[in-house]
Design a protein around this ligand. Structure first.
Ligand SMILES: Nc1ncnc2c1ncn2[C@@H]1O[C@H](COP(=O)(O)OP(=O)(O)O)[C@@H](O)[C@H]1O
Ligand SMILES: [Mg+2]
Length: 672
């Protein structure tokens, strides 16, 4: 384990875990390397015992957050008018404090939160943000808790948190240490009672909404990042659940001296009283920013007394509400009045002084704040990340009815349907069409059924999105894990499907051919699955990706070469035939079955002529009693089947879809 030391005159040294920097670099940076390294080791042990590092490897010290004259402006592309979604905001939140950003919806709460967290376009942002009184990159010491819960429904609360812990703590933490950390956060967030209950899915009843929210928060704040941002952490919860969520957050902030900023729409009186600081926004303007207890007094000086026994939060929102003012300028003035009053208030003066003092103080001490160069991105190697994800996906798939068992059952049912419909098809020429149909249907319908994987994929994608946002792992391991986990699963599907279908229909009666049938079925499903992942990653909306995948598979069905035989496909659509994975799957299966088989012609009863047989294929002179499978292939236009090459093409197609899937996720990254 290597460390980078940072000097500080008044406070203990800050340690940053850095697995990407080597010891030699450290020593060359520190002239008296030995001495310093010794100190670092002592501190490292202390730090490790307390087990608190941010997900990005930041230091153990608390970080205060201050901002001054922060604005975020967007330009309306039509009118070219510039609007400040956040206007000249200033504020301070100190370690152990929780600040609530309040205001009607559309006030700019999320925007301010995003700007503070460094998640908004820096080009549109003006003003300064200070960490411990120094300009700094908030990203590296903070976590942003997403509004929606992203958890694996079939895993328990503990399992969900444990996997997050495995991903976000460096390998230097032993399994026992990680387990202890998980237990600690479970207790911290009051989840002991439900720790071993499943989160819940549409099939399985799970924990309550409040517990789910707390579990979701737990997976994101495991590492106790110095600053935590939460966007409406209580939305969708009732008053009691909201209170419990907020209380857990507040307690954590107090215990570990974390700096917390949360936006909240309409807190109950109890929840409201948990906050230390309040930032009330209206149309992007600050209407109040300061201590929560002082807010009532402040509004009193403006002549607005909060009535006894009423919820102050409700009352403030009521005061600044301009939604029902029909006159736009009147509404504007209403807000401006409040913001002007605040700007000229003593509260604001004190705030500005506080920020100035903070900056002055730290000018002298010369604290350096963690920057991107001293932190590293991931706690595990590419391979380790992949393995953890494979383990989780495996557990998820095995437990997930929708992802796994329902699909297996559907495929087997489909196999039974085909097996019984085309029961013992035999070798008479009259049944050639049915033989081909059974094979085409197997390919087309099984491919089609891969849409059943979409809901499970979308759930995993949501979890992936959150975890990547928190810097747990990159796109590569996710895509690779997803690919690896699908392989045994698709083999099980192809195998069980073949088991119930192959001999029931009476396809090429030979062990080798049966095994090849499984392989070709697998190759086909492998491409279908990769295509589903690709489409669902472009359009991560259930109904939409369902429709598009269905369309795509319908399209491939048409050009597979059965509904229209290859020679008869019109010129304009030939290209579709050649990029159709179902073509290659169908043709290999067809070839595997027909090659080497002999079929019987119809025997004629008319003995007068020397035409004894009527053959649909092969020798039609009437003297041959049989024809071969090759005759069928040739006459139907499947003249150029090359199983080895087709296999390579199918594998290549799967790889291309997976790479495209990777590319989509990678490009999405740069959006936020
Ligand atoms: N990129 C954007 N361009 C233009 N307007 C935006 C953009 N993002 C948000 N807004 C507008 O800014 C206002 C504040 O949005 P938001 O911060 O999400 O409010 P809140 O979280 O308080 O409900 C809203 O009126 C919203 O429509
Ligand atoms: Mg919002």
């Amino acid at each position: 384990m290597e460390h980078v030391a940072q000097h500080r005159s008044s406070e203990p040294q800050t340690i940053v875990r850095d697995t990407t920097t080597t010891i030699t670099i450290n020593e060359s940076e520190n002239k008296n390397g030995n001495q310093i390294n010794l100190k670092i080791d002592e501190l490292y042990i202390q730090e490790k015992n307390s087990s608190f590092t941010s997900s990005n490897g930041a230091s153990n010290d608390s970080v205060s957050l201050a901002w001054r004259n922060l604005s975020y402006a967007v330009t309306n592309p039509k009118t070219k008018q510039k609007t400040n979604l956040v206007h000249e905001a200033s504020g301070v939140v100190k370690p152990g404090e929780v600040m609530a950003i309040m205001g009607p919806s559309g006030a700019g709460k999320s925007t301010l939160l995003d700007v503070l967290a460094g998640r908004k376009n820096p080009k549109l942002t003006t003003g300064e943000i200070y960490l411990n009184g120094k300009p700094g990159q908030v990203k590296y010491v903070s976590t942003y808790v997403m509004q929606e819960d992203a958890l694996m429904g079939v895993l328990t609360v503990r399992e969900n948190i444990q996997f997050a812990a495995d991903l976000c703590f460096p390998s230097s933490y032993s399994k026992a240490e990680r387990k202890a950390r998980v237990q600690a956060i479970i207790t911290e967030l009051g989840l002991d009672r439900v720790a071993d209950s499943k989160i819940g899915t549409v099939f399985v009843r799970g924990v309550s909404g409040g517990e789910k929210r707390r579990a979701s928060i737990a997976t994101q704040v495991l590492t106790l990042p110095k600053i935590i941002f939460l966007d409406e952490p209580t939305s969708g919860l009732d008053a009691a659940a909201s209170y419990n969520v907020m209380k857990a957050i507040v307690q954590m902030a107090r215990n570990y001296k974390l700096t917390v900023v949360a936006s909240i729409h309409q807190p109950s009186t109890e929840t409201y009283s948990l906050f230390d600081k309040l930032c009330i926004l209206g149309r992007g303007r600050t209407l109040y920013m300061g201590k929560r207890e002082k807010a009532i007094d402040y509004f009193k000086t403006l002549g607005h007394v909060v009535p006894a026994y009423s919820n102050p939060a409700d009352h403030f929102l009521y005061l600044i509400n301009s939604d029902f003012m029909t006159d736009r300028t009147q509404a504007e003035e209403h807000i401006t009045q409040f913001s002007d009053s605040f700007e000229n208030s003593d509260v604001n003066k004190l705030l500005q002084e506080e920020i100035n003092t903070l900056i002055e103080q730290h000018k002298e001490t010369g604290t350096r704040i963690i920057s991107s160069s001293t932190t590293h991105r991931y706690q595990h190697s590419f391979l380790q990340q992949t393995m953890i994800l494979v383990r989780r996906s495996f557990l998820n798939a095995m437990r997930n009815l929708l992802v796994f068992w329902v699909r297996i059952i559907l495929y087997v049912a489909l196999g039974l349907l085909i097996g019984t419909t085309y029961w013992q098809i035999g070798y008479n020429q009259a049944n050639i069409t049915e033989r081909l149909s059974s094979e085409y249907f197997s390919v087309a319908f099984l491919s089609f059924m891969s849409i059943a994987g979409i809901p499970g994929f979308l759930e995993e994608r949501l979890v992936f999105q959150r975890e990547r946002g928190n810097g747990f792992y990159s796109v590569g391991p996710f895509v690779l894990a997803n690919t690896i986990i699908s392989i045994p699963f698709l083999f099980i599907i192809s195998g069980s499907f073949t088991a119930v279908t192959y001999s029931a229909v009476g396809l090429h009666n030979d062990g080798k051919n049966a095994i090849l049938f499984i392989v070709y079925m697998f190759l086909c499903l492998n491409v279908a699955e990769a295509m589903v992942c690709f489409i669902a990653s472009i359009i991560p909306i259930f109904i939409a990706s369902l429709a598009i995948t269905a369309f795509a598979n319908g399209f491939w069905m048409v050009f597979a070469g059965y509904l229209v035989r290859p020679p008869n496909i019109s010129k304009g659509w030939k290209w579709a035939h050649y990029i159709d994975y179902q073509k290659y799957s169908f043709e290999t299966i067809l070839y595997n079955d027909l090659k080497g088989l002999n079929f019987n012609c119809e025997r004629l009863n008319d003995t007068s002529s020397d035409r004894m047989y009527n053959c649909f294929y092969g020798d039609k002179s009437g003297r041959s009693a049989t024809f071969t499978g090759e005759d069928v292939l040739n006459e139907l236009g499947y003249t150029n089947i090359r199983p080895a090459l087709w296999t390579v093409i199918l594998i290549a197609m799967a790889i291309i879809y997976r790479l495209a899937f990777f590319a989509v996720l990678r490009l999405r990254k740069n959006h936020s």
